[in-house]
Design a binder for this molecule. Structure first.
Ligand SMILES: [Zn+2]
Length: 669
């Protein structure tokens, strides 16, 4: 989901070229975000931009113990199927439904099962496996006792017949009866994320419990063209100027990604071809005035290229046997309804963001709302990937720069602490901007090849068409990369803030001494442990890149005996780390660390073939890292390190006494 101002067809935008317009749209959002008052730590974070505030005001925070979050679904059932047969009347507003829910009971001898449906609805009757049964419906929850003892993994089928006026102005609001902007044309649409599904159908209100498929039948006045997930199976007249429209989706789907959008749409269709065998419909359901807007049409045709780019990187578009498309609705921004994103307007990065969710959010869904990063951080990062593939690395870099600026204003951890608040879950600086920057940093740590392998494996491996937590992402990242990422995830996902580095260095011929002092900003995290690339420029104009681990408050790094005379050093040259940094260079001389410790290690022999030793240092906590910053463990014998098994290369020896580290380069012959 991405909620922002509707900017699709404001007339003043026509005077600009499309490219300018793209930059402007981004900058408008950026300017709005930057103009917000600075929020100090501990103060509740309110609204990342204006219309997001409007939505939050509309949904409200949870206030009572009866609120939705008190019932995070029924953990003892596993839903297999939702079949929704809905009749929607707009004047007066009314929804009548028959919802078929197929599920399994996970435990034997369950006394009852629960479904979630807003108490505004009256339930006329409820059947279980074809028999009418008694039930209670209180505080937005239906409880149905089992009259026959259940066994584990037993299949059940409940049908709930219900009707009523859907609730408005509450956190569970999920279906909206409105008019198109600046017109009297009626529209009805749903936006269920995170807690709104219960305001239009009975469900197990838990994003982890995905159904294997769903069918949505919508009966409405002939004026409306309703669209839902998956394939359109046709429409039939049912009398009284009404039609019944049938949609069917045969892929696993989280309850909050089931959607309806209905308006007097203009319909456009094109075909996406991929590889030798894939041909898929790409459809757009547009408000009539947008359907004739050339800027809108120009933007939506980019969808085809985006499908190619994301399929190349992350595996083929997940729902290629059915469709992808957009249906306009009234929220600024968009919502990644499975196979049919709802859109408040069209601009390049918004289209990319919602499409990206089809892999990250829909194919793999957040296990809980605390894990929303696995949806929003990924989709926001994929905007940058789209920009990189389309316009080049510098456009990627400037997108990341903007996210970094916003990420520095993030307060609290990306892992959502308070899911009672919509604004906490969808906090822009934290969930989106910092969330995307974390993936950028992971790319820096892993390198491009391994990073893209990880992204693909995560979307196509164990969690494909399922649900994943932040921990699950870490496990896949570790499996694919072979790296230990506990510290990385701990500091960037579960803690807050970012590091600030103050660097002093001096060069002398082929040697350099670097002192890095770390403090932290924007949170209470005491220390960040990050690999940092350093780019050494030589006097002859050439350069080389090494990666050093900066994992202490004070680090002293000595580069010894490089091949050529050093001119200067650039730190984190590709801006992979979310940080503040100041660098001071002095011409010559070896620096002392701030606590006055001896900053020079006498390491012998260097270069060496089999062993290296250090004078006057205890090597108990010593380790070696290679040029890409990976920690290597080598045997230590009588205060000497056995490097005989290491390939010939340049390495760093790290010594630490708690807050300080001393790092010395050496060469293995
Ligand atoms: Zn999103």
């Amino acid at each position: 989901m991405f909620l922002g101002p509707i900017l699709d067809d404001r007339p003043f935008l026509f005077v600009f070229s499309l490219e300018l317009r793209k930059i402007m749209l981004k900058n408008i959002l950026f300017a709005i975000l930057l103009s917000l008052p600075v929020i100090s730590h501990g103060q509740e974070v309110r609204g990342s931009f204006e219309c997001s505030k409007a939505r939050i005001a509309q949904f409200k925070d949870l206030g009572s113990p009866n609120a939705r979050i008190a019932f995070p679904g029924d953990p003892n059932i596993n839903v297999n199927y939702y079949g929704l047969d809905l009749e929607i009347v707009t004047n007066p507003k009314m929804l009548m439904g028959a919802a078929t829910i197929k599920f399994q009971t996970l435990t034997a001898n369950s006394a009852s099962f629960q479904l979630d449906l807003h108490s505004n609805f009256l339930i006329d009757s409820l059947t279980l496996n074809g028999t009418k049964v008694s039930f209670t419906h209180q505080n937005n929850r239906i409880t149905v006792p089992f009259s026959i003892a259940t066994v584990a993994l037993q299949s059940q089928e409940a049908i709930v017949y219900y009707r009523g006026v859907p609730p408005t102005g509450v956190i569970e609001e999920g279906i909206f009866f409105e008019n198109e902007p600046n017109s009297n044309n009626p529209v009805v649409y749903t936006l269920s994320e995170p807690y709104g599904a219960i305001s239009w159908f009975p469900c197990n209100d838990n994003p982890e419990d995905k159904a294997d498929s769903c069918d949505v039948n919508i009966t409405m006045n002939n004026y409306f063209i309703p669209v839902s997930n998956g394939k359109f199976l046709g429409a039939s007249d049912v009398g009284n100027n009404k039609k019944r429209h049938k949609w069917s989706h045969k892929y696993p789907i989280a309850h909050y990604l089931i959607s309806i959008a209905a308006a007097n749409y203009d319909f456009k269709q094109t075909t996406w071809s991929y590889g030798d065998s894939i041909k898929m419909d790409v459809v757009d359901y547009l408000y009539q005035r947008s359907a004739t807007n050339p800027a809108v049409l120009q933007e939506i045709q980019r969808t085809i290229q985006m499908l190619d780019i994301f399929s190349d990187h992350f595996g083929v578009y997940p729902f290629y046997k059915e469709k992808y498309g957009h249906a306009m609705f009234n929220f600024g921004g968009g919502m990644e309804h499975q196979t049919i994103s709802s859109m408040g307007g069209f601009n390049e990065t918004l289209i990319a963001h919602e499409l990206a969710h089809q892999w990250y959010g829909d194919k793999v869904t957040c296990k809980t709302w605390q894990d929303i990063w696995v949806n929003e951080g990924f989709a926001t990062y994929l905007e940058a990937i789209y920009l990189e593939d389309t316009y080049g690395r510098s456009t990627y870099d400037s997108d990341i720069d903007q996210n970094m600026t916003l990420a520095k204003d993030a307060r609290g951890s990306i892992f959502v602490q308070n899911t009672n608040s919509i604004n906490e879950i969808f906090n822009f600086q934290r969930t989106y901007a910092k969330g995307a920057v974390v993936l950028h940093m992971l790319r820096g740590v892993m390198g491009d090849e391994v990073f893209f392998k990880f992204m693909k494996e995560y979307a196509n491996g164990e969690f494909a068409f399922g649900a994943a937590s932040i921990e699950d992402v870490r496990k896949v990242a570790e499996q694919v990369s072979g790296l230990v990422l506990v510290d990385f995830f701990d500091q960037w996902l579960y803690k807050d803030g970012y590091p600030s580095y103050s660097i002093n260095y001096s060069v002398s011929g082929k040697n350099a001494a670097i002192a890095i002092s770390q403090s932290t900003l924007g949170g209470s995290t005491a220390l960040f442990k990050m690999p940092m690339q350093i780019q050494v420029f030589f006097e002859d104009g050439s350069n080389e890149i090494q990666t050093i681990l900066v994992d202490q408050k004070e680090s002293q790094i000595n580069l010894e005996n490089l091949e050529k005379n050093i001119k200067e050093i650039n730190f984190d040259p590709f801006n992979y780390i979310l940080k503040n940094i100041t660098v001071k260079a002095t011409k010559t001389g070896v620096l002392a660390t701030e606590n006055g410790k001896n900053s020079k290690l006498v390491l012998y022999p260097n270069p060496s073939q089999d062993f290296i030793g250090v004078e006057n240092y205890d090597l108990t906590n010593a380790y070696i890292s290679n040029a890409v910053g990976q920690r290597l463990s080598v045997p230590i014998f009588s205060n000497k390190l056995d490097i005989s098994k290491l390939p010939s290369a340049k390495y760093f020896l790290h010594l630490s006494d708690g807050d300080h580290s001393l790092v010395q380069s050496f060469i293995k012959l």
